[in-house]
Design a protein around this ligand. Structure first.
Ligand code: HSE
Length: 308
């Protein structure tokens, strides 16, 4: 009986101005899924490690099983597969935790079943899992987790996903305050409609950020890290948000935003040199308001999910 293991990386979704349409993958952190063939047809989640007992085992609710089931439905087959998930990402953190599980499961399943799909053809199955995990079928975590690098979702209907270039010196710092914020709650504070002037500002910044990535123009990237659609409503859920942003900019960062739906914050900077100062300045602010914070630093992962 065959057994396949795959890894999928953490991601930063939205990247400030790109609500639901921009994301990038990180090095080092991620989830691992092992799939094993078995005689009895159907999917069964056998074990989940590293989730503190919080994730569901039911195959209609577990993000790995939902993603694989969507693939099996497309193929019209019903093989027996045991699922073992090892969480490397904290839940409700804004690091694309549910997305990494679904993507690792799909990459492993595709290999186990004979590679019927190209990597980017797995995206609709991962989006189906995101819908179950957080109530919205967004692709800005699953896209970069699967494909690596910086990813733009130009459209959802039909899905049009574009990989963007990543300037070599671009680095990311994650600041993960010690509490959970689930995506459904963090989406519920958003408005359904946006004023025209905000649409104009947001479009300018998305275009600016994409141009900055293409041209390796760090000043332009810095100016474009602005979100007038989601951040104003979500920042209030993250104590110290504006103070941290001021501190990290003074320490030489290009900018900061909410990673996905939070509460993790992402900071972008040019090169590794400013990283220790940026981390120290953010920690000082969080400590002053009595909030513990974990910090991670990473280059942009350009490989995406892969078989181990
Ligand atoms: N784009 C999604 C959101 C990402 O902001 O709700 C969730 O991680």
């Amino acid at each position: 009986m065959k057994s396949i293991t795959a890894f999928a990386p953490a991601t930063v979704a939205n990247v400030s101005c790109g609500f639901d349409i921009l994301g990038f993958a990180l090095d080092g952190m991620g989830d691992i899924v092992t799939l094993s063939e078995r005689e009895k047809p159907g999917l069964e989640v056998i074990s989940i490690l590293g989730d503190g007992g919080k994730l569901p085992y039911e195959s209609t609710k577990n993000t790995c099983a939902v993603a694989i089931q969507a693939m099996l439905d497309e193929l019209g087959i019903n093989p027996g597969i045991d699922i073992r998930l090892k969480k490397g990402l904290p839940l409700g953190s804004g690091m694309g935790s549910s997305a990494a599980s679904a993507v690792a499961a799909l990459v492993a399943a595709n290999q186990l079943l004979g590679n019927h799909f190209h990597k980017n053809e797995l995206l609709p199955f991962a989006i189906a899992a995101e819908k179950v995990a957080c109530g919205a079928g967004h692709a800005d975590n699953v896209g970069p987790s699967l494909l690596g690098g910086f990813v733009l979702i130009r459209d959802y209907h039909p899905l049009d996903v574009i990989k963007l270039p990543v300037p070599e010196e671009l680095h990311c710092i994650l600041l993960h305050p010690h509490y959970e914020l689930n995506t459904a709650d963090s989406r519920s504070v958003l408005r359904d409609q946006i004023p025209l002037k905000h649409a104009t500002i947001q479009s300018g910044n998305v275009a600016g950020l994409v141009t900055g990535l293409f041209q390796g123009d760090f000043e332009l990237i810095s100016r474009s890290l602005r979100d007038v659609i989601a951040e104003p409503y979500r920042a209030v859920l993250i104590p110290g948000f504006y103070e941290v942003r001021e501190a990290i900019k003074a320490a030489g960062a290009l900018g900061m935003g909410i990673s996905g739906s939070g509460p993790t914050l992402f900071v972008l900077c040019k090169g590794e040199e400013p990283i220790p100062g940026i981390i120290a300045s953010a920690k000082t602010v969080f400590e002053s308001i009595g909030l513990g914070v974990d910090t991670y630093q990473s280059a942009i992962n350009t490989q995406g999910a892969h078989i181990l």
